[in-house]
Design a protein around this ligand. Structure first.
Ligand SMILES: Nc1nc2c(ncn2[C@@H]2O[C@H](COP(=O)(O)OP(=O)(O)OP(=O)(O)O)[C@@H](O)[C@H]2O)c(=O)[nH]1
Length: 377
């Protein structure tokens, strides 16, 4: 939104704070938000750990170090994302490192939560769910394998050192559960990642196709020039710009002389060759700033920016001279063509139709004057 003065409106205070915390770059912002969402799970875990250690469920010192470790790793990832360090990596979302670190903390939590350790299993599933929407197939498989491995190590260690809280039978059941759940989610994540890749590829193909369709819609196939529809849009833009900055522009309506005769005498193939050749020669002869379009049939509309009434049509004269010398048809090397042109300059506040109408009238006059000439109006 802009004020009447044209300056940008200041965003509200809370949105400035959010910009500061989450970045104004939309991609970075999404990455930070995802990381913070995962961090929220850690914060809840810290609360649960504090409560559990206060009621004697776990060793307070272990709970203390676990909490510090979890919070520091969250902070570390936040800083890496917020400062843009993550952009130096191939996968800037840092999803795989974040998931691996989370799985490490979960496996450590598994070893210090005593009787309540089985409830930790759900966190493995939660972390794997994060993989589903963001990770590549390969990273999902790595995460699942890493989760199962670290859990197995934690279980083996605890079965041997604390069999009262970690009896073998319970650990076996827990392990089988984890072994079923984690690779299943990992494989789902891999499948979704493949679908995402396919969608990306389809999106790219669609964009290319759209680009191609736009090009076809705006160009004439035979001459490669922009067509009448596109030229009409360009002219409308020019007229609009003249209201702000009246630099002036002129148009020329160009018509090949006796073109019907060429078709009748040499055939349509030669006629097409002449149209194509005329477009090529004109493009190479006229000013770089000039824009030529195929207006229809053997008629062309030339837009000459920053050209005002009365200015000589030097470009068209040069083109006329060249056409007298240039063999325009390979099939009929002796064939020479000429054209008639009507020029009109845009008058402030008139419609483009009025400018075109004057150019048409000037062209009519040029034809009446015997063709092969230009009339300026
Ligand atoms: N080969 C070919 N001919 C076309 C194309 N488009 C229009 N024409 C032909 O262009 C000719 C135009 O003829 P007229 O309008 O009588 O114009 P002219 O013969 O140039 O006569 P003047 O303009 O009075 O000099 C017609 O024979 C159309 O069939 C095209 O794409 N290819």
């Amino acid at each position: 939104m802009t004020h009447a003065s044209g300056t940008m409106a200041t965003p509200p205070f809370y949105s400035r704070i959010l910009d500061f915390l989450l970045s104004t770059n939309s991609k970075q912002r999404l990455r930070i938000r995802r990381s913070l969402l995962a961090g929220l799970v850690f914060v809840v875990s810290v609360g649960i750990t504090l409560y559990f250690s206060s009621v004697g469920g776990m060793n307070p010192q272990q709970a203390h170090w676990l909490n510090i470790g979890m919070l520091c790793s969250c902070l570390g990832f936040y800083i890496a994302l917020r400062t843009g360090i993550n952009l130096r990596f191939k996968e800037p979302a840092l999803t795989l490192p974040q998931v691996l670190v989370a799985l490490t903390w979960i496996s450590l939590s598994y070893t210090v939560t005593g009787q309540a350790h089985s409830s930790i299993l759900s966190l493995y599933a939660l972390v794997m769910v994060f993989c589903i929407f963001t990770m590549s197939a390969r990273s999902s498989v790595i995460s699942a394998a890493y989760g199962v491995l670290t859990l197995a190590i934690a279980m083996l260690y605890k079965v041997n050192t604390d069999p009262d809280n970690y009896p073998f039978a319970l650990e076996l059941v827990n392990f089988i559960l984890a072994l079923t759940i984690m690779p299943t989610i990992g494989s789902l994540a891999a499948q979704i990642s493949e679908m995402r890749d396919k969608l990306k590829a389809q999106k790219y193909e669609l964009e290319q196709a759209l680009e191609h369709i736009k090009k076809i819609a705006a160009h004439d196939e035979l001459t490669g020039l922009i067509n009448r529809r596109r030229m009409s849009e360009v002219l409308a833009e020019y007229v609009q710009n003249q209201e702000r900055e009246p630099t002036g522009f002129s148009i020329a309506m160009i018509d090949l002389d006796y073109f019907k005769k060429i078709n009748d005498q040499y055939g349509h193939l030669v006629g097409d060759e002449v149209l194509h050749g005329f477009a090529e020669i004109a493009k190479n002869t006229l000013r770089k700033a000039d824009l030529l379009s195929r207006w229809g049939g053997e008629e062309f509309l030339l837009l000459m920016p920053e050209t005002n009434a009365g200015q000589p049509s030097i470009g068209l004269d040069r083109l006329r001279k060249l056409l007298q010398e240039y063999p325009i048809s390979q099939h009929q090397p002796a064939l020479r063509v000429s054209f008639s042109a009507g020029i009109s300059s845009y008058r402030q506040h008139e419609t483009i139709h009025e400018t075109i109408k004057r150019a048409d009238e000037a062209l009519y006059q040029a034809k009446a004057n015997g063709r092969d000439c230009t009339v300026n109006r």
